[in-house]
Design a protein. Structure first.
Length: 121
């Protein structure tokens, strides 16, 4: 490439400014995402402690033990036929239009009908 070609291929000041602005925006978004991850990690840690405290109280009250809890957790995992450490909620048909609705959302995305809650989780 000739010197002239090289010079004409360089970004203009406006293009450089736009690129710098985009880099700055991307860095700001990355910082926000990182802060959200930290906040979510704190929430998960707190929920884990609450769950452990509730379990400690519960097993005293009903005379259960960790083996029974582990067995119940396994049964919950197996509800979808897979022992993969994840609990998937099942879907149901909308009472209004019959469209498949996630149990977790509780609202039909097609017609907006609020579904009756059939399960706590
Ligand atoms: Zn519907």
């Amino acid at each position: 490439m000739s010197v002239f070609g090289l010079l004409t291929s360089l970004p203009s000041a406006a293009e450089s400014s736009l690129a710098n602005s985009r880099v700055s925006d991307a860095r700001a978004e990355a910082r926000c995402a990182q802060a959200e991850v930290v906040a979510t990690r704190r929430q998960v840690d707190r929920l884990q402690m609450i769950c452990e405290a509730m379990w400690t109280i519960g097993k005293r009250g009903v005379g259960s033990d960790d083996d029974e809890l582990l067995s119940l957790i396994e049964q919950i995992y197996l509800r979808d036929g897979r022992l993969d450490g994840r609990s998937r909620s099942t879907a149901s048909a909308c009472a209004e239009c019959g469209t498949v609705v996630s149990v977790r959302t509780g609202v039909c995305l097609y017609c907006g009908k609020v579904q009756s809650q059939k399960t706590v989780f």
